[in-house]
Design a protein around this ligand. Sequence first.
Ligand code: SF4
Ligand code: SF4
Length: 441
Amino acid sequence: MKTNEKPVSEFVEKGGFKMDLSMKRDAVDSPFIFIPPAKEMVVFLRQHIGPETKPSVQVGDKVFYGQKIGDDLSGGPLVVPIHSPVNGRVVALTQRQHPESGKKEMALIIETHDDKQKPYYEPLDPDDATTEELQERVREAGVVGLGGASFPTHVKLSPEKPISHLLINAKESDPNIACDSRLMVEKPAGIITGIKLMTQMLEADEVIFATRTKEGEIPEFEKLLGENDIPIIRIRPSYSIGSEKLLIKEILDKEIPYGKYPPDIGAVVHNVSTAHAVKRAVIDGEPLVSRGLTMYSKKTGGKNLWVRMGTPVEHVLESVGVSPSEFERIVIGSTMMGPSIPNSSYPVLKATSGITAFTQKEPDPYRNPLPCIRCGYCNTVCPVDIYPQLIMEAEKAGDIDRLKKLHVEVCIDCGLCSYVCPSRIRFTPYLQRGKQKIRDT
Ligand code: SF4
Ligand code: SF4
């Protein structure tokens, strides 16, 4: 079945500019290709937002597919365990530059012995399990938000306030990513089961499935949603509405006050692939050691791949028939928000929803920025109505009072300001440093 009989429509943003979706369009009908594990897997001990785990294995230990190899029960609620993606042996515990933070963090290097997979945990029967047992299974299986944020899922499934609305986000806004759409084609029943488990844990009054316009229709999946009384809301084809706060505003017409979170207004948002990971954790006893992602390059076109966490990007590229040396620059995650990695030895993480490889004929557009011409376009497109250009000036001047007045902290890191700037200024470093300066005061 095809996800799209018609081409994916363009995203239209504030200010009326249109976003190029050719990368997404290229991948949308590509079935998942399973990438075998590499000879050596690089498994970071932190693959979530939150403190690092501590290794529970030592160099020389044998490890098994799905075995917990890192955790820290004293580290607070945001710690999420890490599991071995293969049967093999730990050959090193070392510091490596983390693909997301850019800082040195601990990683286990595991020599792969075979690629066999078998569930590590006993399946749970949701009719017999308590809510606490289900929540604990989600944590124990290492599930995090797979939309890119990698926030611990068990925390979002254990709110301290009553939840009126569970929103399932299938908007898949990033212009280079189509793996969520593909999962809806290939694993519709698993996603529905995951949504039901989430609803059970949250005791949510209502579930809403938020997806794109008609062009993104997946009839068989939507039929299943209908049979399970889960309503679909089709949201405007706009990139920024994929962000949690803006999605809540769009669907529920509720603003989240400054300093508050979705549960404070009775809402929780989960990504559609995360729902599937919850089903695998509870029903199949599978920890989160592999995920779908979309790879794009002009040499390969768009492909949806199923990859184990810890697989070096170079191995992914070689597995789809290209050499890392053919590319000058590789971005992981969203092309709008994700980091460029310095070389292709960096591994896939739980948060890696995409890999985009650019050739030398596609140089980094932000490499040689020009001075600001004060066109105001960055201000016009900002979905949270702040002033990126003024924030950049305040950050350069170290003016913390002004950064506060300009509300840099409400920036959702969407990257639209950089995307539209005719002077090709990359705002991300200024925005991140500006937020950090406020946090440090
Ligand atoms: S990255 Fe931040 S400042 Fe820039 S457009 Fe998005 S929300 Fe606005
Ligand atoms: S879009 Fe670029 S050139 Fe225009 S005001 Fe913003 S920073 Fe300046």
